[in-house]
Write a protein that binds this ligand. Structure first.
Ligand code: INI
Length: 161
């Protein structure tokens, strides 16, 4: 049998940063709510969740970096909504947000989760923020819990294992 490392979904004792953008806040609020609710239902205490508000998705990576570097959180969850408009502005905002989130995770070795909706329409975003297509904020919270646990397991491996 191979040795298999997979994450448990127990958030008890873990600390999370939630970095959310105010842009499209009516929808982002639902992502934050779904995210925090999921963390609590998996054993995370309210005191162990820090919510930070960014102006827009473009600023999420910088604030995630600062938060991750404090050493006070086990994972950072980035939440936002970028909706395609008439110009190519969307491409720059969404592209930099996605690349930035990945960069912060690799630079800090803290899981930084991409919970940013990138959609063509407001309707598609609403569908993914607690209506018919689930809640991407909750999904991001699951990914955060799982990533923290998998990382801990990998880091506890020794050469003799
Ligand atoms: N920010 C978003 O979070 N979502 C968007 O859809 C969006 N659009 O489309 O413009 C957006 N723009 C603001 C951007 O994130 C920055 O806050 C701004 O450019 C200042 O740096």
């Amino acid at each position: 049998m191979p040795r298999v490392i997979e994450g448990k979904l127990d958030a008890g004792g873990l600390r999370f940063g939630v970095v959310a953008s105010r842009f499209n806040s009516a929808i982002v609020d639902q992502l934050v709510s779904g995210c925090c609710d999921l963390l609590r239902r998996h054993g995370c205490e309210d005191d162990d969740i820090t919510v930070v508000w960014a102006p827009g998705a473009f600023e999420l990576p910088l604030l995630a970096l600062e938060l991750a570097e404090t050493g006070t959180v086990d994972a950072v969850i980035c939440l936002g909504v970028v909706i395609r408009g008439a110009t190519d502005h969307y491409t720059y905002v969404a592209g930099q947000a996605a690349a930035g989130v990945a960069d912060v995770a690799r630079a800090t070795r803290v899981p930084v989760i991409f919970g940013i909706l990138t959609t063509d329409t407001i309707e598609q975003a609403v569908e993914r923020a607690g209506t018919k297509a689930g809640n991407k904020g909750s999904d991001a919270a699951v990914s955060a819990i799982e990533a923290v646990d998998v990382l801990r397991s990998i880091r506890s491996l020794t050469k003799n294992d």
